[in-house]
Design a binder for this molecule. Structure first.
Ligand SMILES: [Zn+2]
Length: 285
């Protein structure tokens, strides 16, 4: 069956049409209407209409920037503010006149890499996003494991330091408040007094030892905790921070040192689909 995927991002909406062999037939992106819910619905609907021209039968998946409450069906935790509290899935199904599958960007990322990307030959896949926020998704034998209440894989809000940094989620010490891009920049500022973006910090030949050591320790504990519970066959990194090479060498060692096992060889790999993971993951839902 043909598959249509839509990736609703903060700045762009991208859509793709795949054939039976998962080949790309059509692809298009448009800017996301700024904070206007009904215009966002219209943009998605017209993209789907354009993709499905002369295609009688297709599946439709949508990747959203927030998660969908299993209890209410409403969008929560989205950085596209106008979506929060909206029944996006219901409204789109009504407007398009078709059943759709909808998942957050971390779950779509994991699906994409587990089916079409670097983790396609592995059974239990943990896909994690390291960027402005920290997310994660679990795919088992090409099927998304979203969990009883839709929060499986959300390791970004595991508590790393009980009395640590305050998180927007209301807790303190979440992984996200230590190893997301903005948190790492804050930490750098605290240590050096300098306001620099992550790219500048990393291109500094003399990256602060304390800053890097803390980063590696927090990355190590964060992922070791997940390995102890899930013991995945592979971990795939996505998001802006997945471009940091030392995470695959010193970062991996830091993780391995903290896992509760005498044998740890979990591959920690860089994604292979880049920014396209959302739209392909949406197709594979
Ligand atoms: Zn949190």
């Amino acid at each position: 069956m043909f598959k249509i995927g839509v990736d609703l991002g903060g700045t762009k909406i991208e859509s793709v049409l795949l054939d039976d062999d998962l080949g790309v037939l059509k692809r298009k992106r448009v800017p996301t209407p700024y904070n206007d819910y009904s215009q966002i619905l219209n943009s998605i609907s017209s993209l789907v209409l354009e993709m499905s021209e002369n295609i009688p039968n297709f599946s439709l998946g949508i990747c959203t920037p927030g998660s969908i409450s299993k209890q209410t069906g409403l969008i929560k935790n989205s950085n596209t503010q106008c979506l929060i509290g909206k029944p996006l899935k219901d409204d789109l199904e009504t407007q398009i006149g078709k059943k759709i599958s909808m998942e957050n960007d971390a779950n779509c990322f994991a699906m994409a890499e587990a089916t079409l990307g670097v983790a396609r030959d592995y059974s239990v896949v943990l896909g994690i996003i390291l960027g402005t926020g920290i997310g994660g998704g679990i795919v088992i034998d090409k099927k998304l494991h979203s969990g009883r209440t839709n929060i499986a894989g959300e390791w970004g809000h595991h508590t790393l330091h009980r009395d640590g940094n305050l998180c927007y989620c209301g807790k303190t010490g979440c992984v996200e408040t230590y190893i997301s891009g903005p948190s790492l920049e804050n930490q750098w500022k605290k240590l050096t007094g300098r306001s620099q973006c992550l790219t500048e910090i990393l291109s500094d030949n003399d990256i602060g030892k304390r800053w890097k050591d803390d980063f590696l320790e927090n990355f190590g504990f964060g992922l070791a905790n997940v390995i102890d519970i899930l013991d995945p066959d592979v971990i795939v990194l996505g998001g802006g921070l997945s471009n940091i090479d030392f995470l695959y060498v010193e970062g991996r060692k830091s993780v391995y040192d903290k896992v509760f096992s005498d044998l740890v060889d979990t591959p920690i790999l860089k994604n292979s689909l880049g920014d396209s993971a959302g739209v392909f993951g949406a197709c594979m839902l």
